[in-house]
Design a protein. Structure first.
Length: 160
């Protein structure tokens, strides 16, 4: 499995989201300051709402720039025979079923899903419940996650 390909896909996803959110922030800012957005009475809050939206989107732009920088400017080491940390790609398997999952533990971008040679790889952050459980574990270690129906026992099958 090629970790560099995973990181590149994550960066592309973040770059695309950054462009979309930047465009939306600019549009909201233009709407908030447009001459036709001047309130007609004290109950007309259209411009105010647009300015709040622009502010929120601008904050998201800053977050995405930071996340993108973390992926573009960081060299992620190989984690074979090392405890799981940020930058590790981890395969886990459920102990009582055949289910396996592939994760990339990143500093940002939690929830992003990318293709890993035909297999789905999901980005986790160290602040997510599963990410917190995985930090510091090694190949062969077991952990438990409680999701909806109850606790599920997992084993770390591989760490790259």
């Amino acid at each position: 499995m090629n970790k560099e390909s995973i990181i590149l896909q994550i960066a592309v996803h973040l770059r695309n989201e950054l462009q979309t959110v930047t465009d939306a922030a600019n549009e909201a800012r233009n709407t908030a300051t447009h001459e036709e957005s001047v309130p007609e009475n004290k109950y007309d809050t259209f411009a105010l709402e647009a300015s709040y939206l622009a502010d929120g989107l601008s904050r998201r732009v800053a977050e995405l720039k930071s996340a993108l920088g973390a992926y573009e400017n960081t060299r992620f080491p190989d984690f074979t025979d090392r405890p799981i940390a940020i930058g590790a790609m981890i395969r886990v398997g459920a102990l009582d079923t055949d289910e396996t999952r592939l994760y990339f533990l990143g500093s940002a971008g939690g929830g992003i899903k990318v293709d890993a040679e035909g297999e789905l790889c999901q980005v986790l952050t160290a602040t997510s419940p599963v990410g917190q459980k995985l930090l510091g574990l090694e190949c062969g270690d077991e952990f438990q996650i409680t999701l909806g129906a109850g606790p599920i026992e997992w084993e770390v099958l591989d760490v790259l």
